[in-house]
Design a protein around this ligand. Structure first.
Ligand code: G1P
Ligand code: ZN
Length: 544
């Protein structure tokens, strides 16, 4: 086996976004593109010799090729051992769990999350640090700086490793353990939830659930856990075979893309509970019979009911939500007398709060919920949390959420995405909004009066680091607000996200349709941001 040092030239576009480096597959296939970025990661790691690295991905196109390259580069960069998921498969939360358990120096997760896959689809590389969470900004910045200067990479010339069965191998002096993708994660889930109660519910004959894995990574996990350990009938998990192109679908668990599940859950004889997860298994969508639970409400309901779940029965240290997520959970935290943190978008901002024991549960409006059990959001964890609550309360999903609104009031909430708009126009829109911020407070806009208007800036309460320009917020005196930000995960043009929220304490008004309840705010958002003028769009591409 030959250690090779290959000369290369830097690429200027390897800046990690909200969640790792995400590009199209053809971009990643450019000569040395993947290798440069991986070497930049290794170069920015101190003290890596002899250490353990975790490696796996969501099974999308290019996963296997990239894993073989990374294994050989790890061997050439003096890594001691790599734990790699069988078949190259590790969900993002499972990778986080294994990094923490194995005292690894970190992990490389290959995924573009919910973006479509296939030869023309997207691919991505995320680096997680030893706490199991996404690399914080200072690490991603160091990787980016290194990527701009890189002039060589190291790789071992060796045969490919057989990833298709569990086993131990050697690459030069480096050990490669091909591990079961599900086992450690399943054990962690059993330690948090009451599997006996959930099993009783799922085998009672009175309760049916449907889990849609959207042909992405959670299929094998969901089959083992729901149909195996929890006794749900075969077929409970649909689209459970991970496919390189996700069966041509868009592996994003929302009402638009998880259409098979939505049809079932809103059709005749709908099951009692429906759930879906995304490409890499960190997102979740929760549905009841003909009922959609917004992710913001889901976080609030989990927080309010946490004491019913063994892993959280002793109480929560605090909760955290991303800034654009609705304030539903704030009201629960207030009631429980615990802290509620508001962070910028992206799971990496929760890491310090979880590590410092300041927050136990976290969530984002973008179908992400999680806790201190790992350092990533976790789709199947959220599904199990809901199942545990349902098993204890023996009420329907809809009744639980309606009860919640009665107790805390309802935060009507919606996100409008304008996808693939021209970057120049999107940037102008944000610049022009930013220029208006100073004048807005105190102004009357239609029926609303502006209470505050700013560009969200976050000071991490643990390490004091400051993250600026994290989204423009305009809040009104009646408690409603709108938020504007540009996506940091898209790969084509720009995506404008508009987040809308209003608060309704009166339970006689909780039945209103969300888009109707928010309609005047929606019109106002279009006017204030001049969305038509800057993007040329009359309406959003996706509404969630
Ligand atoms: C999106 C979501 C964000 C999430 C991220 C990764 O990022 O909005 O909440 O953490 O995907 O799943 P965005 O494209 O908005 O930057
Ligand atoms: Zn994801």
């Amino acid at each position: 086996m030959n250690l090779q040092t290959i000369a290369t030239k830097p690429f200027s576009d390897q800046k990690p976004g909200t969640s790792g480096l995400r590009k199209s597959v053809p971009d990643f296939q450019k000569e040395n593109y993947l290798e440069n970025f991986i070497q930049a990661i290794f170069d920015s790691l101190e003290d890596k010799a002899g250490k353990t690295l975790v490696l796996g991905g969501d099974g999308r196109y290019y996963n296997r090729t990239a894993i073989q390259v990374i294994l050989k580069m790890a061997a050439a960069n003096e890594i001691g051992k790599v734990l790699v998921g069988c078949g190259g498969i590790l969900s993002t939360p499972a990778a986080s769990c294994i990094i923490r358990e194995s005292d690894a120096l970190g992990g490389i997760i290959l995924s573009a999350s919910h973006n479509p896959g296939g030869p023309e689809g997207d691919f991505g590389v995320k680096f997680n640090t030893s706490n199991g969470g996404p690399a914080p900004e200072k690490v991603t910045k160091a990787i980016f700086e290194r990527s701009k200067a890189i002039d060589e990479y190291k790789i071992l010339e060796a045969a490919d490793i057989n990833l298709d069965r569990v086993g131990s191998f050697k690459l030069g002096t480096m050990a490669v353990e091909v591990i079961d993708s599900v086992e450690s994660y399943g054990t962690l889930m059993r330690s948090l939830f009451d599997f006996t109660a959930i099993r009783n519910l799922l085998t009672s004959g009175k309760f049916r659930m449907c889990m849609d894995s959207l042909h992405a990574v959670t299929g094998p996990y969901a089959r083992v856990i729901f149909e195996g350990q929890l006794g749900a009938p075969a077929g409970t998990v649909q689209n459970g075979e991970p496919l390189e192109d996700f069966g041509g679908g868009h592996p994003d668990p929302n009402l638009v893309y998880a259409h098979d599940l939505v049809e079932i859950m809103f059709g005749d004889h709908a099951p009692d509970f429906g759930a879906a997860s995304d490409g890499d298994g960190d997102r979740n969508m929760i549905l009841g019979q003909r009922f959609f639970v917004t992710p913001s409400d889901s976080l609030a309901v989990l927080t309010a009911n946490a004491k019913l779940v063994p892993g959280y029965k002793d109480g929560l240290a605090g909760v955290a939500r991303s800034m654009p997520t609705s304030a539903a959970v704030d009201r629960v935290a207030d009631d429980l007398g615990i802290d509620c943190y508001e962070t910028p978008t992206g799971w990496k901002f929760f890491g310090n709060l979880l590590d410092a024991g300041k927050a136990t549960l976290c969530g984002e409006e973008s179908f992400g919920t999680g806790s201190n059990h790992v350092r990533e959001k976790d789709g199947l964890w959220a599904v199990l949390f809901w199942l545990n609550i349902l098993a204890v309360r023996q009420e329907s999903v809809e009744d639980i959420v309606r009860d919640h609104w009665k107790a805390y009031g309802r935060n009507f909430y919606s996100r409008h995405d304008y996808e693939e708009v021209a970057s120049a126009g999107a940037n102008q829109l944000m610049d022009s909004l930013r220029a208006k911020l100073g004048d807005l407070p105190g102004q009357k806009l239609g029926q609303y009066e502006v209470k505050y208007a700013d560009d969200f800036s976050y000071t991490d309460p643990v390490d004091g680091s400051v993250s600026e320009q994290q989204g423009i917020r305009i809040g009104f005196t009646d408690g409603s607000r709108m938020v504007f930000r540009l996506s940091g995960t898209g790969t084509k043009g720009a995506t404008l996200r508009v987040y809308l929220e209003s608060y309704e304490p009166d339970s006689s008004k909780h039945d209103e349709d969300t888009q109707e309840a928010l309609s005047s705010l929606i019109t106002l958002a279009e006017e204030v941001a001049q969305i038509r003028e800057f993007t040329g769009r009359d309406e959003p591409t996706v509404i969630t």
